[in-house]
Design a binder for this molecule. Sequence first.
Ligand code: ATP
Length: 613
Amino acid sequence: MPGGRGMRGGYLTEEEKANQPKVTKELLKRVFSYLLPYWKQLLLALTCILVSSAFRLMPTILTGRIIDEGLIGRNMDILVKLIVLLLLVTIGAEMIGVLESYLNSWISQHITYDMRNKMYDHLQRMSQKFFTTNNQGDIITRMTSDIAGVQSTISGTFSSILSNSITLIVAVVAMYRKNWILATIGMVVVPLFTIPTRKAGKTRWELTREAQAVNDEVNGLLNETLSVSGQLLVKLFGREDYEYKKYEEANGKMIKLNIRESMAGRWFRVVLSTLASIGPMALYLVGGILMMKYDADLTVGDVTVLVSLLGRMYGPVNSLLNIQVEWIRSMAMFTRIFEYYDMPVEIKNCDNPIIPKEAYGNVRFENVDFSYDGSRQILKNVSFELKSGNSVAIVGPSGSGKSTMVNLIPRLYDVTGGSVKFDGVDVRQLDLNYLRNNVGVVTQETYLFNGTIRDNLLYAKQDATEEEMIEALKKANIYDFVESQENGLDTMVGNRGLKLSGGEKQRISIARILLRDPALLIFDEATSALDSISESKIQEAIDPLIESRTSILIAHRLSTILSADEILVVKDGEIVERGVHEQLVKAGGVYTELYETQFSKALQQEKERMDKE
Ligand code: ATP
């Protein structure tokens, strides 16, 4: 593409050169398998391209006849006829062009529609591990830019190769039919000028890339400092001036580069365009000599046609010189997308998944080992049992593996050794939907979607009635708050729920889980300190739940711990102690230490607060 589309110039970057994909038969087959469903439309588009490219050159060729037969031959009749024909051909070419653009866009959009859906579906099924190890930006880039790139490849590259080749072939044939000497001069002149132009383009393209890098830097800066949390940090540390200076500097760098970029190769282009007019001059001169000295079979119209055909060859030649680059780039894009498609779905249903009639919520860990990366062991030989109707609290120092333990139950990850059983069946044998429907998790970091409280509740149960929602909110001890809001259930929670306090968000997420009514409730208590009023509100919400439901609590507060039937103490991925509070305190082990450092302090504060009140 002459000029290129922004960053996608006609040159490969060092990185692109190093990462050139291997174009194998399999890859091509795979690419074409996405085109195949649209073969009828493709065929039609192809025909349109052929016809319109040929038609577009017709006016140039007709001009010769207008000059020779109409003007020089002084024949009004032919002149009018040719002009009408010219008009018809032009209109025809444009009409076909419209159809061609429509088909082009239709086909490429449909192909990318298929690819995007497939990608999204695949990504949704990827395991939690995929999302924790891959950068979110990269994932989104594949979904958006890479697929958009594929679309422009299909609509741009393929059709430009075709239409440019046709234009070129038609032009060359037409030129040779007029006069072989002049045509040969043309053949020599065209590459002579396109190649240096490409060189100048490259300098400019490199500057564009540099400008783009600075632009990215500026964007990163903006993203960081103008985000909610970024601004908070800037304000709290009083770094406004510092950030401003940083921005001003980057901004200055950017404008300098932009100016350089727009001027790059400008002088070179002046020289080149002057030189480029040498082509037509040569044709006029040689044409004149042939006509006058050698009495060649050449007319004024012929020379005019040859000159204008020559002018129309630069563009296609330039484009075709870019093809290799475009091709490599397109293949790289397809390869990157296929790489994602080929990532195995790690956590999925087994061949004949079991869907039990009823869920009770019994959980059993049998000698469970687990590692995230295959090398560092996070859980070691963990065994415990939770009977339906009971509750267990997991306590332990930060990073000991508590969240990891519970993540194994709804199969966010799979064990690396031993097994986790739900109602006596290995979770890997159960239907994933069934399992996740019956295991409700209130995570440490509550995530609410940007929408209303109602939207967030309905996420758990699409057909929940107003009464059900109200009941869940009441149970979660948040109904009073919701009711006091002007819009009630239709109150917007803001971006990621940021308009609500941490405690409110937690209670809404509890209500959300309650609507689901899972057989097993897992509550990962937030470590972040909430104020004691929020805490006691959450406590009031979960206490009755623990009483009435099978639950696992990752607990940081003594009151939560005390309400559980059994306490498991985890340290470095192992259950080191288990029992009830009194027993464990007496034992003088890890629990006693935790109790003395964490829980009793919290208890003390709680007492002081009660005394004050
Ligand atoms: P806290 O009380 O602070 O929430 P925790 O006991 O719940 O801690 P886990 O979150 O289970 O601890 O983490 C246990 C260990 O596993 C930690 O050392 C942590 O660094 C590591 N870990 C947690 N999540 C991942 C992950 N997605 N990939 C790799 N390692 C992880």
